[in-house]
Design a protein around this ligand. Structure first.
Ligand code: BJ8
Length: 431
């Protein structure tokens, strides 16, 4: 941290002692996992800085934005339209927590066999550890999986009524599309009410451009990883995708594009993070919220490179753009509704489009193997893994299925399984 932020944290009612402990653990993990990597692009220095200031400078910026009358909107799902939040000059923060924190406290409210992501967002609040949650004027939940849906009821009580829930349909038929459009309209009215600002077609266009440019930068990064050797590690690419959820969008986009310029230069000289021909893995499944780096650290520590994430912290977040051609607010809201329904989350049934996405991405990134990752007790992704396996078998792509939580207890066991998978995978199975 560049300075002492204790007063700011204290004003936000952060538990200072526990928070010091959390930052210490985070800093050690980052040093061991990230800073120990060899051959990192220079452009990652910005993201190292952002992480070092994750609860410092960025929170200071948000507090300052609040003083200027901007509203802070926390979200837990890539289905929440960022464009609308920006159209009322709000600050959009993706809140999903990826650390095993406050679990004991969370388990007083929700069953032990709840996914780690849900336990973490409740745990962070209960343990007084998340300054982002503390700055939020509104927290947007969604009716995706049952665990989240029910947890938001309890979370709303903890947040003194600040939780607003969007209804996400479970199917994608005509009635579902109408329901979803109505939800987008309802959310835009809610944002206008809490911000006191009107969403005009012009403001929505401006906001759509900002978010689309961010998506394009992330698409560019994803496509550069198709090279052999990849010019960037999976760990670093994951970090960029995680930072996408809370950094200032304009600054973030500029920094990702700078990084991509450097990676493009690397490709010209054939410089990469691993030797040409090293095993290439596509990750598919539940989202990996910051600071969940567990699987990437094991896979890359075992000599393979992760070249893509079919995940909401990855491709599902940036794969499709919003159509910026609209002339009325109604048309703009329709375009938002259409764009977001292209996200193929396992909470939908059927969800065969996700299988097509996995095949397409595996081909594009020249994956040698697919590792399906589900957070333990994440029923939608755990069950859908069976269909993903069938796709991998059909394409003769080696497949490994892993279910784990945020604890480090199974690191040894996972490493053994992943190493055996890489060994079995060998070469020559590339799609
Ligand atoms: S669009 S994946 S961000 S819902 S890991 S809480 S599903 S039990 S996070 Fe998600 Fe939106 Fe879908 Fe993406 Fe439930 Fe699974 Fe836990 Fe999950």
């Amino acid at each position: 941290m560049s300075k002492d932020y204790k007063q700011m944290w204290s004003d936000l009612e952060i538990n200072l002692d526990a928070h010091d402990g959390l930052l210490g653990v985070l800093s050690d993990a980052y040093t061991n996992i990230y800073l120990s990597q060899k051959n990192r692009p220079e452009g990652m220095k910005y993201f190292d800085f952002v992480i070092s200031e994750v609860h410092g400078l960025r929170i200071e910026e948000i507090v300052e934005a609040k003083k200027q009358g901007r509203k802070v909107i926390g979200t837990f799902c890539v289905y929440v339209p960022e464009e609308l939040i920006l159209a009322v000059e709000g600050v959009c923060i993706g809140l999903c927590a990826g650390a095993d924190v406050g679990t004991d406290e969370a388990e007083k409210y929700i069953p032990r066999n709840t996914c780690a992501l849900i336990k973490a967002f409740m745990g962070f609040k209960l343990a007084g550890l998340c300054p982002y949650v503390q700055t939020a004027d509104l927290i947007v939940g969604e009716t995706t999986c049952d665990g989240k849906k029910k947890a938001y009821e309890l979370f709303d009580e903890m947040m003194n009524g600040k939780v607003y829930v969007m209804e996400i349909p479970n199917k994608k038929g005509q009635d579902d599309k109408a329901l979803w459009l109505n939800e987008v309209q309802r959310f835009s009215a809610k944002l206008e009410k809490i911000s006191g600002k009107k969403i005009t077609p012009e403001k929505l266009k401006e906001a759509s451009k900002v978010v689309n440019e961010k998506r394009k930068a992330l698409q560019r990064l994803a496509s550069l990883r198709s090279a052999d050797p990849s010019p960037i590690s999976g760990l670093d690419a994951l970090l960029v995708n995680q930072v996408a959820f809370y950094d200032d969008p304009l600054r973030f986009t500029a920094k990702v594009n700078e990084l991509c310029d450097e990676l493009t230069e690397r490709l010209k000289t054939g410089k990469g993070v691993s030797a040409k021909g090293s095993p290439r893995i596509l990750i598919s499944g539940s989202p990996m919220a910051i600071p969940n780096w567990k699987i990437h650290a094991i896979v890359e520590g075992s000599g393979a490179t992760i070249v893509g994430e079919e995940s909401c912290v990855g491709e599902r977040n940036f794969a499709s753009l919003m159509d910026e051609n609209f002339s009325s607010l109604n048309e703009g809201l329709q375009n938002i509704a259409d764009r977001y329904l292209t996200i193929n989350c396992a909470c939908f049934t059927p969800n065969d489009e996700r299988l097509t996405d996995i095949e397409t991405i595996a081909k594009r990134v020249k994956a040698d193997g697919i590792l399906h990752y589900a957070i333990q007790f994440c029923t939608p992704y755990m069950i859908e893994a069976t269909k993903v396996r069938k796709v991998a078998e059909k394409r003769k792509i080696p497949f490994l299925r892993i279910e784990t939580d945020y604890s480090m207890e199974d690191m040894g066991q996972l490493k053994t399984r992943i190493e055996a998978f890489l060994e079995m995978m060998g070469k020559g199975a590339r799609v």
